[in-house]
Design a protein around this ligand. Structure first.
Ligand code: ADP
Length: 177
């Protein structure tokens, strides 16, 4: 049984097996949640990202994909880096890419043997996605994964940074039932 929960807080402080990072395709760090994860997790994460770039992802990680590294000094054991799409109104294909971020991240989490996973609101910061729309896509996708697969993951915890984003997520959760 996969339970979906949500909290207001900082994803770098979550005591879970894996935290999902809203990375960019370079995997070499950025702002927002990415910056916070690298700052708190320390240089080990960046070193692992550089190694991934050198070995498998010479051109970077494609949008909608996910890949794991160590979590360095974070309480979590792994960071799962995923690349969200930038928001562009009127381009419906982008919603599928955002959904893919959650599906792929949870697939990687299951492969790792993670049981608890914290996820941020991918693409809702620098990439400009309206929170309510992103929350619908995120929650629907995770609900589908929870129903449709045999995963070892028992908790997917949405971690919303601000009170406003948290309220929006809660209201979308009620709406989706
Ligand atoms: P993106 O480039 O995918 O938009 P951002 O990191 O800019 O990624 O933003 C994604 C979401 O993560 C935003 O809602 C932002 O407020 C939130 N965020 C930023 N820092 C943290 C953090 N430490 N923990 C959880 N969420 C965070």
């Amino acid at each position: 049984m996969m339970e979906i929960t949500s909290v207001q807080g900082d994803i770098t402080e979550q005591a879970v097996d894996a935290v999902v990072n809203a990375a960019n395709s370079s995997l070499l760090g950025g702002g927002g949640v990415d910056g916070a994860i690298h700052r708190k997790g320390g240089p080990e994460i960046l070193a692992a990202c550089r190694a991934l770039r050198a070995s498998h992802y010479g051109k970077g990680l494609a949008t909608g994909r996910a890949v794991a590294t160590t979590a360095g000094r974070l309480p979590a054991r792994w960071v799962i880096h995923t690349v969200g799409p930038r928001y562009a109104a009127g381009e419906p294909g982008r919603a599928e890419l955002l959904a893919s971020c959650y599906r792929e991240s949870l697939r990687v989490a299951d492969e790792l043997g993670a049981r608890t996973v914290a996820v941020p609101a991918v693409s809702t910061g620098i990439y400009g996605w309206p929170v309510r729309d992103a929350a619908r896509i995120a929650l629907r996708t995770v609900q589908e994964v929870a129903l449709g697969t045999e995963s070892q993951v028992v908790e997917v915890r949405f971690v919303l940074f601000g009170g406003e984003a948290f309220e929006v997520f809660e209201s979308v959760r009620r709406e989706l039932g």
